[in-house]
Design a protein around this ligand. Sequence first.
Ligand SMILES: Cc1cc2nc3c(=O)[nH]c(=O)nc-3n(C[C@H](O)[C@H](O)[C@H](O)COP(=O)(O)O)c2cc1C
Length: 271
Amino acid sequence: MNIEKLRLLYFSPTQTTQKVLNAIAAGFQSDAVIHIDLTLPDSIRSKEPGKEIRIDDGLTIIGVPVYAGRVAPDAAGRIRQYKADGTPAVLVVLYGNREFEDALRELKDLAVDAGFRPIAGGAFIGEHSFADSKFPIARRRPDHKDIEKCSEFGALLRKKAQQVDSIDSIPIPKFPGNYPYRDPNLLEDISPETLEDLCTRCGTCVSVCPTAAIVLEDKVVTETGTCIVCCACVKNCPTGARVMKDPKILGIAEWLWKNYSKRKEPEIFFG
Ligand SMILES: Cc1cc2nc3c(=O)[nH]c(=O)nc-3n(C[C@H](O)[C@H](O)[C@H](O)COP(=O)(O)O)c2cc1C
């Protein structure tokens, strides 16, 4: 079958998931690529029953970051706004070179609940949200080697789709991971802070925050309870004024660097 339309549906605060999806799309060579970016708060629509946003055609690649071995919670919530009707989907999780544990299995369950038919999946590696120059966990990934693998995956997806008459004849893969999923063990009441002497009040941090946890008053104010520690503000601050200094996060970064600095490679899953 010929797939005309390719949709990329993603949540990607530090853009590594988005980069991977773009590279898969480039390998797929679709004429029409539609982006549905769920990263910013304005992607949250009404959650009233019957008001879901429908996806009834084409192929959808759904991409989410792994937080604590699970689908990042805000990504899961935003994906639940969509309803499909047996529409084929490729499921991608992006993790920071530790483990992706139950995230791909959870994403499969989310996608099936929404009415998608998963035809393939992948686990890719991106720079860890907590990486910095001292603990450069998966720094600058996805790199050119990863991007090449994404592109090959995209080309393979196109070939598999062309080989069948109907999407129903592509078997649903068995994805790794367990149910019940692991305890999410989220980091609460932690957020990056602003170094006043470096801050120019440009508002970049406000504009990239996926949960609207930052407001610009006479100085930058962060609502710690709303922050998901994605570190988009830290990675995008043009003057280096946004920093993560929380001892718990710095301890995790050191532990990750000590135990998970050996390079992992992307994995793909077909039925
Ligand atoms: C709260 C939190 C938890 C995370 N948990 C994991 C994890 O369990 N395993 C892992 O390898 N990476 C983990 N990461 C790293 C992210 O999966 C990684 O940084 C990813 O690239 C972020 O995607 P994005 O660039 O699209 O935002 C975590 C990051 C955050 C912020």
